[in-house]
Design a protein. Structure first.
Length: 115
């Protein structure tokens, strides 16, 4: 399974970005897809996940600002990020977990929030 993320970049505080991640390869049943991030000097942390049934889970700091969605037919997950803050600066990683509990990770895309 390969995960390809797109959409990172530089944005000013208060701005928006949309990340997308497409899964390809031999994919068995997908339990969930999601996004995690890792800021410099910090551990990787959950941003948001979405199950195959559409149930979502967000980190508290992202609730109301970020929206995760997915296109099951395209094996693609999206993350709409609004009202971005400098503390959102991080490498964002796409994650896929299959029904056997195995995790797959993309290479990450850098999001920089700065004026």
């Amino acid at each position: 399974v390969q995960l390809q993320a797109f959409g990172g970049g530089l944005v000013q505080p208060g701005g928006s970005l949309r990340l997308s991640c497409a899964a390809s390869g031999t994919i068995f049943s997908i339990a969930a897809m999601g996004w995690y991030r890792q800021a410099p000097g910090k551990q990787r942390e959950l941003v948001a996940t979405i199950s195959s049934g559409g149930s979502t889970n967000y980190a508290d700091s992202e609730k109301g600002r970020f929206t995760i969605s997915r296109d099951n037919a395209k094996n693609t997950v999206y993350l709409q990020m609004n009202s971005l803050k400098p503390e959102d600066t991080a490498v964002y990683y796409c994650n896929l977990r299959n029904s056997y509990g195995k995790d797959y990770w993309g290479k990450g895309t850098l999001v920089t929030v700065s004026s």
